[in-house]
Every structure is written in C-alpha cells, then in structure tokens.
Design a protein around this ligand. Structure first.
Ligand SMILES: [Zn+2]
Length: 362
C-alpha cells in the first residue's frame, strides 16, 4: 500500500500531463525533523515508538493547496501508527454518557422542542424542529427518533436526508431570499454537539452562501477562466492519479491530502439531490469510519448549490465532507494554535489507510 510519507515518490512517477495537473493544485515538501535522544530517555522512546533512529530522524510531509491555501502536515511516526479501532461500545464513559442523557428534550421533540413557523417535517424515523440557539434566520434540526447518534442504518439515514431536503424546500418557500443551504451533522461532544441525541442541523444563507461555499465558487470560476476546466473535477482527478480517489455512480469520493483534520473523506456529487446513490455512499463512509476506525465523534458538512437557480452557481456540485474529531474520552481537543492561526492542519492518520478501507465498501 502507498503511504502519504511516500507522496513525493508517488508524484515523481506520474505521467507528464498528470504531474502538470497535480502541480496546478499542490506543492508537496519533504523535510526531516532531527533530534538527539539522551540515553536516559532511550528505553521510553523504544517502548513508545519502537525505533530510536526513526524518532531521531523523522520524515515530515507538508502539502499545500496553492489555490485555496489549505495546508496539511503529516509526520512519519503518526502516519505509520496502526489504527486502533476502538468501539464506543467498549468505552464505559461514553456508554454512561449516552445512557444518562436518555430522556432529554430531543427524546420528546414534539413537546420539548419548538417548531418552525411553517410547521414540522415529519419523516418515518425523524422529525424537524426549530433550533432554539439559531445562527441564522432559518436554522432547523432533523431530530432522529433514535437517541444514540452512532446507531443508524441506511434506511434511517435515507429518511433523515429526505426530511432535510423537504425542510430546505419548505424554508426556502417561506423566505425566497434564503436559498443557500448547508447541512451539518455534529455527532457527539467533541464535534461541538451540545445535545446528546442524534440530529442534523440545517441552515440557509440569505442572499449569499456560507463563506466556505462562496470561497469555493470564486476559486472554481477563476480556475475555469484559466484552464477552461472544472475545479472540482480536476481536484478529484489530482487525488485519483495518486491512488486516493474512486468514481461510483456519478459520485467522486476521495481522501484529501489537505484534510481539515483526521480521516477526512470528501464526496462530490453532480446530481444536486440526496438520492439513493448519495445516501448509500454517505452511509458506507460513516459506517466504515465508526466500525473500522473507531470514530465516535465526527463533523459532516454538506454544501448544497442554491435552491434559486442562481446563474453564478451553475454547475456547482454537492460537496460533502466528513472528519473525525477524536476519542470522546480524550481531554485535549484536536484543534490548536496551528489550525486556528497558522491555517495549518496537523494530521495524525495516513489518508491512504483510510482510502483503502473505505474503498473496500464500494
Ligand atoms: Zn434522546
């Protein structure tokens, strides 16, 4: 299997046109972090990392997206670590938190959560609500019937997405300026979810999309002007040629080499709807992350093209990204000064490992 640490070598083997395309997007740098370990420390280093030489001379790979300025740093020691697939079910603290929170407001949403002025969307396995702590004029929730957010199947997910789309359409009908939808699923507390009970959040921007979407749309147009090609298709292709992308039923799925955080998976879909192919793919990815990688807390963010057929957004796809937020028992957060103020993401998992596993589901 390829590794992110070998990325410079992988790129060097690309055909000329492929290498040129890759270089439009990415700049990859390799550096070595050197240090000297005192004798007293050696037993500990050996026990913890297995190899003293490797700790003393550590390969570091920095990837920079020249168009978006997204940056990720991978180091050899972290990337080579085996992935521990610890299930949340074997974590007593998590199980206790899940059990203790049963009976909260989302367990009886019709009585304990507000409705939107246009009423509720009722799905088979979920119901919508209006968010009490809104961050936009229209900010709704899809509250799952099931309390435990990590316990979901494909049929339920399909219903959540269908209900979310119905909510977006109804919200837009209610306010025609609100045409720029974003769906987020913050799953459990490390992802910033304040309520322990499965739910999506739905927001719609008025008059403009959310910053990330606006930014991508700008980059996409500039890219088209320069190369007469689609930014997202080429971004995907830049990952496919280095062994990190696959196409399935109109979907392009890849593990980014400039992820926001660990185990990030991106899905790009041109059909502009949450149909069976889309939901199935999201289900496979999330299932694999939970089951194979022991992911307990994640953020899923989905940018949708506008609902008002805005010409400025013609051809903009659905972009779904999902990222691991780390172990629920861990007291240090995964985002620090580097991410916040150096715009540089420190990544602990090799995207090749994640891609290999996810691919086996498709
Ligand atoms: Zn509940």
């Amino acid at each position: 299997m390829l590794s992110i640490i070998e990325l410079p070598r992988t790129i060097s083997k690309l055909k000329y046109e492929e290498a040129e395309l890759f270089k439009r997007f990415f700049d990859v740098k390799r550096t070595t972090g050197r240090l000297v370990i005192p004798d007293e420390m050696k037993p500990w280093v050996k026990k913890t990392f297995g190899n003293i030489h490797r700790v003393e001379n550590k390969e570091i790979i920095k990837v920079f997206n020249k168009l978006t300025f997204e940056t990720a740093v991978f180091n050899e020691l972290r990337a080579k670590r085996p992935i521990e697939a610890k299930s949340y079910e074997s974590d007593n603290d998590v199980k206790e938190a899940l059990n203790k929170s049963v009976g909260g407001p989302f367990c009886t949403p019709l009585r304990m959560t507000p409705s939107d002025t246009f009423g509720r969307i009722k799905g088979k396995y979920c119901v919508s609500a209006s968010n009490v702590a809104k961050y936009d004029g229209l900010h709704g929730l899809i509250i799952f019937n099931k309390h435990n957010p990590l316990d979901f199947n494909e049929k339920e997910l399909r219903d959540y997405f269908k209900s979310a789309m119905n909510w977006f359409k109804k919200a837009y009908k209610n306010n025609k300026k609100a045409a720029y939808p974003f769906l987020l699923w913050n799953c459990l507390w490390r992802s910033a979810a304040s309520i322990i009970h499965g739910h999506f959040q739905l927001v719609i921007g008025e008059g403009a999309h959310y910053a990330e979407a606006e930014y991508y749309n700008k980059i996409r147009k500039e890219y088209y002007k320069k190369y007469a090609q689609d930014y997202f298709s080429d971004l995907y292709y830049a990952h496919e040629i280095i062994g990190l992308g696959m196409r399935r039923k109109g979907l392009r799925i890849f593990t980014s080499i400039v992820p926001r955080k660990d185990k990030e998976v991106t899905l790009i879909y041109d059909k502009f709807k949450f149909d069976n192919s889309f939901v199935k793919a999201v289900y496979k990815v999330t299932r694999s992350l939970v089951k194979d990688f022991g992911v307990m807390s994640f953020n899923l963010g989905i940018i949708l093209p506008p609902l008002n057929k805005d010409e400025e957004w013609k051809g903009f796809p659905i972009i779904a990204r999902i990222v691991d937020r780390g172990n629920l028992s861990n007291k240090t957060t995964d985002i620090g000064g580097m991410e916040l103020y150096a715009r540089t993401n420190i990544i602990g998992t090799d995207p090749y490992k994640v891609f290999e596993k996810i691919k086996s589901y498709f």
